[in-house]
Every structure is written in C-alpha cells, then in structure tokens.
Design a binder for this molecule. Structure first.
Ligand code: HEM
Length: 425
C-alpha cells in the first residue's frame, strides 16, 4: 500500500514517531473550520451528478436508470478532488473516466492483494506491472499521463494556501510547515490514499443507501418524512444541528456501514505486550505477532447482531433492543475502529454521507430500475438462508477492499416534477 519508495502515509506508517507527525498534519486539515470552508463542494458535485443522471426523462419524470456503481464512483472522485484539493476533475462529465476507473480498479485489487501478501510487492511484481502496463496499453498510458497532471495540479493549487482539506499535507510535503510532517514521497502516498480510497468509500455508502432504501420501503418512507420535514426541495443543506440531531438518519448511515463497511478487510495490529490474550481461555500471543480480524465478518456475526443481514436501522434506536443486547452491538460496531490508529476522517465521512443522503431524499424520489446487476455468482452473502439475504447487495471483495462490479440500477425523479408539468399544461 506504499505507492513509491518511502511513501508512507498516516494509514501505512509503522514507525510511531513518523505516524504521530503524519497524523498531526493530516488532522490539521479536517478541523471544523476547514470542513465548513470546503463543504459546498459536496452539494456542488451532487448537483452535477443529478444534472447528468436526470438528463433524459420519461413522460412521468423518471430518469433512465443509472448504474450506480459507476456514477457513485465518479461522484466520489470529483467530490474528493474538489473537497480535498480544490481540483475540478470533472469525471462526472468527462470521457477520461473510461480509462481512469479501470486503472484505479486494477490498482485497488492490487493493493488489497499486497496488503495480505506483501511478498508479491517485495519481490517487485508491483513495480513490474506499473512499468510494463503503459507500454502495452493505451488506456494505462492515458491514465499515467492523467495521474501525473492530477498530482502536479494538486501540488501547485495547494502549495502556498490550502484549497481543500488535504492542503496541509501538500504544504508539509513541500517543506513549508514548521513542525515535522510528510516528506515529498509521503505527501504523494498520503494524497493518493486519501483521495482514491475515500472516493470509493463515498461511492459505496451512496450505493448502499440507494440499494437498501429501494428494497426496504418502510425505511425509505420514514427517513424521507424526517428529512423532508426539515428541508424543502432546492433549499441549501448544510452540516449543522439539524442533520447532526437526526437520529434516524444516523441510524441509516450506521446500518449501511454495518452491512457494507468500506474498510472491510483485516486491520493488522502488532502485539507489543507480553501476556496479551484474545478471547477467553487462549494462550498469550508472542510479542511481535500480527493480529487482526475483518470488520465485514464481525459486523455480520449473528451472536452480536440479531438478524445480521437484515437492513434494520431501528436496531440502533435506543429502546428497540433489550439494553444488554443493544450495548453489546454498539460496543462491537466500530466501523472507524478505536484507539490511536483509528480512522482520522470518520467525522468527515459521517458529514458527507449525511449531506448526500439528505440532498437525495429532499430533492428526488428514487426506485430500482429494470436492470439487474451482474456479478460473480459465487459471491453473494456469508449468511445464505438468512431472512434478507435475497435482498442483499452482491458483495465482491477486492481481497480486502469492498467493491462490486455493477449496480444497483436506480431511476430518479425530481420532486415536484408533476406539479411543474401540470402548471405548464
Ligand atoms: C465511511 C468511510 C470511512 C470508513 C468506514 C473508514 C474506516 C477506516 C478504518 C477502519 C481505518 C483503520 C484502518 C487500519 O488501521 O487498518 C481508517 C484509517 C484511516 N482513515 Fe478512514 N474511513 C472512512 C473515511 C475516511 C475519510 C473521509 C478520511 C479522510 C478525510 C479517512 C482518513 C483515514 C486515515 C488518514 C486513516 C489512517 C489513520 C491512522 O492510521 O492513524 N477515512 N479508516
């Protein structure tokens, strides 16, 4: 997961001092003031997304159905490029997406595989692929050129003043900050990880939201009623008390993250203390051993989460489950992990998801389109036979990073479309 030699990022660094410095710089970009400054990029990109998705409509106002796996990735990328770096990548409109996303997809699979089998990278397979592919594939060459332009624009745009939440990382990499932080290689590593991985996570959270709400109408209705009582179509939606206090909205976000945790792989930690045991009646781990488990498996464990694959946001509303069951589920549900190596941008993810889910439901109705997602048949669910599995989003792991090939296919209709049509008639 280290794209160039010495390109450690906050996420990948092992050395504690280095990690502390990188994390400090990273965190300086995601404080409340900075988030408020760059937040408008989230809605701006949602507007472009819907202008593209609803460009063609039928007589009732329903758009053609869009393949959300693709559209949500375009949205995720454009949003993170602008929110993170002040760049307009415009992949929601540009054909460059035809070579950008296939290349990122290969890169992501590679990263997932390397994470579990670092030996493949250590013996140089990764370098070989990166050097060889652009020689034989025009698409890979176009991607390399595109990526180089992206990096140089990210640097020049943020070199003296931040234009997005990752601005301090760039300034640190250029040696402009007083306290120690990233060197140039680490700046590249951090920038790549932050932009690409959250573009994907945002896309998944939106796909999961559309998929599950389209399959569970009572959740759709309850959340729509809550949010439509707070905002009217066209009104500006900002991160603030109205969204933060919406208990049902947060329950839906948590539910999507439980069933589709964007960071679903094994999060390795090294045992540092003698006598550490994991689970009752086990032998202490030798110091130096690596320990980890997959959040995906944990979040679908029926011993912790009743009806593990059912989309059931009410589970998170206090009072629905007996207190001990609720507390156990709550304590085990940590999609951002805990401790000094937990996610440094969890609050950013909640903010973006809250704004996006609200924007969609306040301004649009949506339903599943007629197409079906194509996917490898053997990858379906780890809980076959459970009630609710038939409505699951097909899951395909890229070894440790969540993803799938296509779908859900969704149609949108602007709220108030008929009223406008009637006025015209
Ligand atoms: C729903 C979205 C997200 C989820 C579920 C998520 C989850 C996680 C998890 C589980 C880790 C720990 C990984 C490990 O140690 O193996 C992590 C690390 C990290 N995440 Fe996130 N993340 C999300 C979004 C974001 C966003 C939006 C940002 C930045 C704005 C971000 C920045 C980071 C960073 C910098 C780390 C490394 C932290 C460290 O090791 O000190 N994440 N994330």
């Amino acid at each position: 997961m280290i794209p160039i030699p010495n390109g450690w990022s906050t996420m990948t660094s092992i050395d504690k001092k280095l990690h502390h410095n990188l994390r400090r710089v990273f965190r300086s970009g995601v404080g409340a003031d900075s988030l408020a400054l760059y937040e408008p990029a989230i809605v701006r990109n949602l507007e472009v997304y819907f202008s593209q998705l609803t460009a063609a409509k039928d007589s009732e106002g329903w758009s053609a159905s869009g393949n959300m796996r693709k559209w949500n990735l375009y949205l995720g990328f454009d949003t993170m490029a602008e929110f993170g770096l002040g760049l307009k990548t415009n992949l929601l409109r540009s054909q460059a997406r035809d070579y950008v996303f296939p290349a990122l997809h290969v890169h992501e699979k590679k990263m997932g595989l390397w994470e579990q089998l670092p030996i493949l990278d250590n013996i140089g397979v990764g370098t070989l692929i990166s050097r060889f592919l652009p020689l034989v594939s025009n698409e890979a060459k176009s991607f390399t050129d595109w990526y180089q332009t992206f990096v140089s624009e990210a640097i020049s745009t943020n070199s003296s003043e931040s234009r997005g939440i990752f601005g301090p990382v760039i300034q640190s990499g250029l040696g402009k900050l007083e306290k120690p932080g990233h060197n140039f290689a680490q700046m590249i590593g951090e920038g790549a990880f932050s932009t690409f991985s959250f573009a994907d996570a945002y896309g998944m959270m939106l796909s999961g939201f559309l998929h599950y709400l389209a399959h569970y109408p009572h959740v759709y209705d309850a959340l729509a009623a809550e949010l439509r009582a707070k905002f009217k179509p066209g009104e500006s939606i900002n991160w603030g008390p109205e969204l933060e206090s919406s208990v049902y909205l947060r329950a839906v976000i948590d539910k999507v993250m439980r069933l589709l945790p964007p960071a679903c792989g094994v999060h390795w930690r090294e045992c540092e203390r003698h006598g550490t045991t994991i689970g009752e009646g086990t032998q202490p781990l030798p110091v130096g051993s690596d320990v980890g488990m997959s959040l995906f498996s944990l979040f679908r464990d029926g011993r912790v989460f009743r009806d593990p694959v059912r989309f059931w946001p009410e589970r998170w509303i206090p009072g629905t489950l007996p207190e001990t069951e609720f507390s156990l589920a709550r304590s085990m549900f940590n999609p951002f992990l805990i401790g000094p190596r937990n996610c440094a941008g969890g609050h950013v993810a909640i903010m973006i998801a809250s704004i996006a889910y609200t924007y969609v439901l306040v301004n649009y109705d949506f339903r599943l389109g007629p197409e079906k997602a194509d996917s490898a048949a053997h990858l379906w669910s780890n809980a076959l036979g459970e009630t609710g599995t038939e409505e699951e989003l097909r899951f395909e792991s890229h070894y440790s990073i969540l993803g799938w090939e296509s779908g859900p296919f969704v149609q949108f209709k602007e709220r108030g479309f008929l009223a406008k049509g009637l006025m015209v008639g």
